[in-house]
Design a protein around this ligand. Structure first.
Ligand SMILES: [Cu+2]
Length: 121
């Protein structure tokens, strides 16, 4: 019985998720917050995830309402917090912006998503 259980544990790890936590890395919260309106152009977008991320395969981009990329293309995992992905921004005009993220968590699963925020007039 012990051997079977051990086999299942090894299988679970091979599949990528630890038996204790089957979840992948999902967006926990963001700043600017999902769907929010901020009074002025934020200096950066910060994305906090539910798991630690693999730096080489975790990216975020910010586009304006016309679909033009506006971020500084410097998306990176925070040096002190492996669940935090940051990308800096130039000064943004008022309007709606879409943040798209795609991350690889340390459990080897890729997840992706997007949301918008508004810069107030
Ligand atoms: Cu997973």
């Amino acid at each position: 019985m012990k051997r079977v259980l051990l086999g299942l544990l090894v299988l679970a790890q091979a599949l990528g998720c630890s038996p204790a936590a089957w979840a992948h890395a999902f967006l926990d919260h963001a700043r600017p917050a999902v769907g929010s309106t901020v009074p002025s152009s934020p200096a950066e977008v910060r994305l906090w995830f539910t798991q630690e991320l693999e730096p080489a395969f975790s990216t975020a981009r910010v586009e304006d309402a016309a679909g033009k990329r506006v971020d500084n293309k410097d998306g990176a995992i925070d040096a002190g917090d492996p669940t935090l992905l940051r990308v800096t921004l130039p000064k943004l005009e008022p309007g709606r912006y879409r943040v798209t993220w795609r991350v690889l968590s340390t459990d080897t699963h890729v997840t992706e998503g997007d949301f918008t925020f508004d810069v107030a007039r």
